[in-house]
Ligand binder design. Structure first.
Ligand code: ZN
Length: 592
């Protein structure tokens, strides 16, 4: 799930924004609305599809259309008045009307994600409804709960299920309506497109996923197709269906429709395979007391690296997703585990739009050229792999337990920092032992590679620190940053910019990795608290961070390749982003 992603993998998904990034909403004027939109830098999303065979290329057109159908369903899911209001806004030809329509499309509703979901135009609910359009707008939590308590068990399950909405029936009684009924015409359309695509591709695993998912849209039973998605391994990679429950702020029960139509990245997949083969050797050498090492690692959860062609629905509003973990159905996870999908080109777009401008302001001039995408993305891959290493089953006071159970509320922050630090440590280890690990040609070695690795990490640290230490990710990063500064691994120059001190950085990262692994291995809650106590942003760092306020928060994706392959008909046509005179770039990052 993306929540897991947020908290656990969080590279690029930082949802919590510090006040400095939020705007005054509730009926902003044209200038203010343009300022709000400029936090997202319009970025063409292009993918080379020339490697696809003819059948897959034709199938791709159908899948792009299906993704767009999910925009419509998602907008219905957010608010009952959503689609009608959007049509009205689009019809307003004044500059303010057009600016509203543009921002509306970016948000897929009249509320601004980055501004606490407050409305940005009049005549709509002042804030996004907590229960979205999954429940009657006038229903309270108490009414739902007392109604559910009267139901037989299977009905209780349905009421709280991912794939139903709650409506008022005769006599205002709450009734349960399956998605397959509620969104029937749109789901019929999407299912038809998936079946057409299934008929065009020759890849068996894709065929099977598309056909079972089309059935699921109409039967409301997603189990088979979730299993088929876990087995999907095809050049054309797709995720489409109802998944994340964040839009149900009332209970977190109801899934929103989203789609990602992707192309598998074979080069990165090969790199990942090579890394996967040396995980046990990395575990055997982790900088921790050898008694904590795991002599036999379990099978790692599958990771796919892809390039996104188009995203739709819940997958395409506000801050863009750079990685996701699915499915969320526990029955599928128990049987097949979950899969992480990493969107490489989206990461790269964020890197160019957010990280480079940050580096320009925060990194010494001499080191700036070392900030580069390859080490950035490779570190993200390693971060993900490192979640599988280190302590998982531990013993505390003679009892078998886990770091998650012992570190409780602090676990996510510690585990994320562990994955960051261990990822750096592992990359250095692979550089140092490339030959013996048979990684020559897979990892770049030599002094330049090391410089790029640490300098890029330093630049990306600022991207996270921007969110302030009130945010869990910001706090975890501030802890790592301060720890490394104390050990002399990062230094600030008189002009306020930062650089890596290469005579100290390796030892600093090794020590940090050691301390985080040890806190986990011993389930040391007090130790975790002490470490996270380092997570305050110092005044000199805050002063430096003030320089990156104008850097964009994220990208606004323009699906160039998708629009070329499957030109959009007029019907649900979005208000096009005008590639306005490029203002000072300002993006913000996403989390890894
Ligand atoms: Zn993570």
């Amino acid at each position: 799930m993306r929540g897991a992603v947020l908290m656990l993998l969080g590279l690029f998904l930082l949802p919590f924004l510090s006040p400095m990034m939020s705007a005054q909403t509730t009926n902003p004027d044209l200038q203010e609305l343009n300022r709000m939109a400029a936090r997202f830098a319009p970025t063409p999303i292009r993918v080379d599809t020339s490697g696809l065979n003819l059948g897959d290329r034709q199938a791709l057109g159908k899948l792009i259309e299906a993704a767009r159908v999910l925009d419509t369903i998602f907008m219905r899911q957010l608010w009952s008045g959503n689609l009608a209001t959007y049509e009205k806004v689009k019809a307003d030809q004044t500059p303010l009307g057009q600016a509203r329509a543009h921002y509306y499309w970016m948000q897929k509703g009249p509320w601004s994600d980055l501004d606490e979901n407050l409305a940005f135009l009049p005549g709509v609910p002042p804030r996004k409804p907590r229960g979205a359009n999954f429940y009657p707008e006038d229903m309270t939590k108490e009414e739902f709960e007392s109604k559910v308590a009267t139901l037989p068990l299977d009905q209780q399950e349905a009421a709280k299920g991912f794939f139903t909405v709650i409506r008022r029936g005769a006599g205002r009684k709450l009734t349960i309506v399956p998605f397959s009924t509620e969104y029937n015409p749109d789901l019929q359309k999407a299912a038809g497109l998936l079946r057409e695509a299934a008929g065009l591709t020759s890849n068996e695993s894709l065929k099977r996923f598309l056909n079972t998912r089309a059935d699921a849209f109409l039967s409301n039973d997603y189990y088979e197709s979730d299993l088929a998605w876990m087995d999907l391994d095809a050049p054309l990679d797709i995720t489409i269906g109802p998944y994340e429950t964040y839009n149900d702020e009332l209970f977190g029960y109801k899934a929103a429709y989203e789609a990602y139509v992707n192309l598998r990245d074979d080069a990165e997949s090969a790199k990942l395979d090579a890394f996967s083969r040396v995980l046990q050797q990395l575990e055997n050498n982790l900088p921790e007391d050898p008694q904590y090492r795991n002599a036999k690692l379990g099978t790692a959860a599958p990771i796919r690296v892809v390039n996104e062609i188009i995203a739709g629905g819940d997958g395409s509003h506000g801050v863009q997703t750079a990685a996701y973990n699915l499915p969320n159905d526990e029955r599928v996870i128990t049987q097949k585990g979950a899969k992480r999908v990493m969107l490489k080109n989206i990461s790269e777009a964020k890197f160019r739009t957010v990280l480079i401008p940050i580096a320009t302001r925060m990194i010494t001039e001499k080191s700036r050229p070392d900030v580069s995408f390859e080490p950035f993305f490779t570190h993200i891959l390693c971060h993900e792999l490192m979640h599988g290493l280190g302590p998982h089953q531990i013993t505390v006071n003679g009892q078998a337990t886990s770091p998650r159970k012992e570190l409780k509320d602090l676990y996510s922050a510690i585990e994320e920092a562990k994955a960051d630090a261990t990822g750096l440590w592992a990359l250095q280890y692979m550089i140092d032992h490339a030959q013996e690990l048979k990684l020559t040609g897979v990892v770049r070695t030599g002094e330049a590679a090391e410089r790029q690795l640490y300098t890029t990490f330093l630049a990306s640290a600022f991207r996270t620190l921007r969110f302030g230490s009130g945010d869990a990710h910001g706090k975890g990063m501030a802890m790592q940053f301060n720890y490394i500064v104390e050990k002399g691994g990062f230094i600030q120059h008189p002009d306020g910019t930062f650089a890596v001190n290469f005579s100290r950085i390796k030892q600093a990262v090794t020590d940090l990795t050691h301390d985080l692994l040890t806190v986990e291995a011993t389930g040391d809650y007090a130790g975790a608290k002490r470490m996270l106590g380092l997570g305050a942003i110092k005044p000199n760092v805050q002063a430096a961070l003030d320089r990156i306020k104008s850097v964009p928060v994220d990208i606004e994706p323009l699906y160039t390749t998708a629009d070329e392959i499957a030109p959009e008909p007029g019907a649900m046509k979005k208000a096009a982003a005008k590639p306005a005179a490029k203002k000072k770039a300002t993006t913000r990052r996403k989390r890894r």
